[in-house]
Design a protein around this ligand. Structure first.
Ligand code: GDP
Ligand code: MG
Length: 177
């Protein structure tokens, strides 16, 4: 409608990918509703959540898609990636395997998504520093090599969750403008 207060200038689809239990759904819940749950059930039903924010005086609706528990290798379908202009590639800093699978997720993402997609590598659960298994430097080095943005987050204490989304959304904004 023409109401200035509800005008949306852009809608950006961003997908969350990465192994099961790395915290994708809680990162989304933190970003979209500022909520967190320690006993989150495997994602069911809801395909995406939105949050509208302002970037350079424009109203941007971020439509963030969450896998419906389809994180098994190759179970995420191409429909999930269709139209995505951004991606959050998430691993758990306390679980090496989730980081070792990142190249596989990246390959899948690159084979399905637009070549200009903005990608953020996200190391989640920094509140569990004592159980850290992946050093910040190793992840940073991988991100630089692959041309990805990189941040470490905690959905639990909200650290860097906003920054991660804002960085990706601003990059997308700059690409389309
Ligand atoms: P998903 O399968 O990738 O969507 O993972 P979930 O969002 O369902 O999270 C899996 C488990 O990790 C749940 O028990 C969450 O509460 C927990 N979790 C998610 N993010 C964090 C975090 O930043 N810190 C801690 N300590 N636990 C987290
Ligand atoms: Mg989930």
């Amino acid at each position: 409608n023409g109401d200035v207060s509800s005008r949306i200038d852009y809608v950006f689809k961003v997908v969350l990918i990465g192994d099961s239990a790395v915290g994708k759904s809680q990162i989304l819940s933190r970003f979209a509703r500022n909520e967190f749950s320690l006993d989150s059930k495997a994602t069911i039903g809801v395909e995406f959540q939105t949050r509208t924010l302002v970037i350079e005086h424009k109203s941007v609706k971020a439509q963030i898609w969450d896998t419906a528990g389809q994180e098994r290798y190759r179970a995420v379908t191409s429909a999930y990636y269709r139209g995505a202009v951004g991606a959050m590639l998430v691993y758990d800093i306390t679980r090496r395997q989730s980081f070792d699978h990142i190249p596989r997720w990246l390959e899948e993402l690159r084979s399905h998504a637009d070549k200009n997609i903005a990608i953020m590598l996200v190391g989640n659960k920094t509140d569990l520093e004592k159980q850290r298994a992946i050093s910040t430097d190793d992840a940073k080095e991988f991100a630089e090599k692959e041309g990805l943005f990189f941040l470490e987050t905690s959905a639990l204490n909200a650290s860097n969750v906003e920054s991660a989304f804002f960085t990706v959304l601003t990059e997308i904004f700059n690409v389309v403008n």
